[in-house]
Write a protein that binds this ligand. Structure first.
Ligand SMILES: [Zn+2]
Length: 425
């Protein structure tokens, strides 16, 4: 990477450098341009003159399976609350997925993530009528594009005991050969038995839980009614919060004691404020939750710079967030992945930003540019695990146009299935 303006993602220090990036190794080398000739293998050159180069991004909570929902028609019944949004939209959609549609969803999601600068995705998957093998299908599609991943299947009793059992089996099978998490949908669709089995699996495989928590007040109401305790109390007592790999999604409707339990645990919270606005379920407030907060998109899109901006703006009224903490939450995924020894997110994951700023940019004013200027449209090239996967704004590992052509066909098929489906009346 020739003549790059390198921005250290931790110190925000700027330096004019030539960077030697090697595939498969994590270390970056800053080299003199004259030394290139002495290298044993002549490297492929990326001219970065006038461009910012920094660590690529990561998505803390995604749902690739929802990728083909964009533009689909309204559900047969108009949802009146969050539970009905789930039933009439998402739990209808996920039951219409088959292996081919799942593959298509994963390919278009990986492409969208890569083009928006993310080289790592933590995904939460559901396909109740196509459970077995679904995670490997997603993993292979992500691998093809060159986006690293931490996947899970969202185990749930909402479709009966057999599908809950398949979710557990799929998780165990997948985690025997791949890095991943033990996914649970949410407290209100997970029975005592299934929660116990999932946590036993988490401990047996030295993994963590990835679950939606108190996204809507309904999750708490049902938990108190059925288990006589609040969601975080239930999860903590069962052992879900013991792992530093555990990720709790949303965490909107928590009381002070629940926040304290999370704060004192090693687990992580993932914020998805645009999804919360869309579902009209409330506002995230990180006060009292501690420092372990990352950001996700919740399947709404694949653009983490947008998620960071949304967290900052929505948080002006509802959260204690400033430039620094917005940036910290945006970057915390690297700490989560590193501290838990996950692979695929080392120093040789980079973005080249073609950032045409009308004002000077430097270390001390970088945050202002991060919130108000830099967006995914500035991502020109992306390097994942030392390999170029996006060049001049185009994914080069797969044929983007072909993938989109196929996904449009699958989208039509999916929407037709959903029109005919009558899972909830
Ligand atoms: Zn989610």
């Amino acid at each position: 990477m020739k003549n790059a303006t390198f921005v250290d993602w931790q110190t925000l220090e700027f330096s004019l450098v030539n960077i030697l990036v090697e595939q498969g190794t994590s270390a970056l080398k800053f080299i003199d341009i004259h030394d290139v000739d002495a290298l044993r293998i002549k490297p492929e050159e990326l001219d970065c003159t006038g461009k910012l180069v920094t660590r690529s991004f990561g998505v803390g909570h995604h749902h690739a399976y929802s990728a083909l929902s964009r533009g689909m028609g309204a559900p047969q019944k108009r949802p009146q609350n969050f539970h009905e949004i789930l039933k009439y939209v998402w739990w209808t959609l996920d039951k219409c997925l088959d292996n081919e549609i799942i593959e298509s969803c994963a390919l278009v999601t990986a492409i969208a993530c890569a083009k928006a600068g993310s080289t790592f995705v933590i995904d939460h998957h559901a396909s109740p009528l196509a459970v077995i093998g679904s995670l490997e299908t997603i993993a292979k599609a992500f691998d093809k594009v060159g986006v690293s991943h931490l996947l899970c299947y969202e185990i749930s009793d909402r479709d009966g005991a057999e599908i809950a059992w398949k979710g557990l089996r799929e998780t165990e099978d997948y985690l025997s050969s791949r890095q991943g998490l033990v996914g649970l949908h949410a407290s209100f669709t997970v029975s005592k038995e299934t929660l116990g089995k999932a946590i036993a699996l988490m401990k047996q495989l030295n993994s963590g839980i990835h679950i939606h928590v108190a996204e809507d007040a309904y999750d708490q109401e049902l938990c108190i009614h059925e288990h006589g305790k609040r969601v975080i109390e239930r999860l903590a007592e069962a052992g879900a919060l013991d792992s530093s790999k555990t990720i709790l999604g949303h965490c909107l409707h928590l009381d002070d004691n629940e926040k304290k339990i999370i704060n004192e645990s090693p687990c992580w919270v993932v914020q998805n404020c645009e999804s919360n606005l869309n579902n009209n379920v409330g506002y995230f407030n990180g006060t009292g939750l501690g420092e372990n907060i990352i950001l996700g998109t919740d399947g709404m899109h694949s653009d983490m710079l947008q998620s960071a901006k949304a967290a900052f703006f929505v948080g002006q009224r509802h959260d204690s967030i400033n430039y620094e903490s917005a940036y910290r939450r945006f970057r915390n995924i690297h700490h989560y992945l590193h501290d838990n020894s996950y692979e695929g997110d080392s120093d040789n994951n980079l973005v080249v930003l073609d950032y045409d700023s009308p004002t000077p940019i430097y270390q001390d004013n970088f945050m202002g540019h991060f919130i108000f200027g830099i967006n995914s449209g500035h991502v020109r090239d992306v390097i994942s695990d030392g390999r170029i996967i996006v060049r001049d704004r185009k994914v080069i590992t797969v044929d983007e146009d072909e993938v989109l052509k196929v996904s449009q066909e699958h989208a039509r098929r999916l929407w037709n299935r959903m029109k005919e489906a009558r899972f909830y009346d």
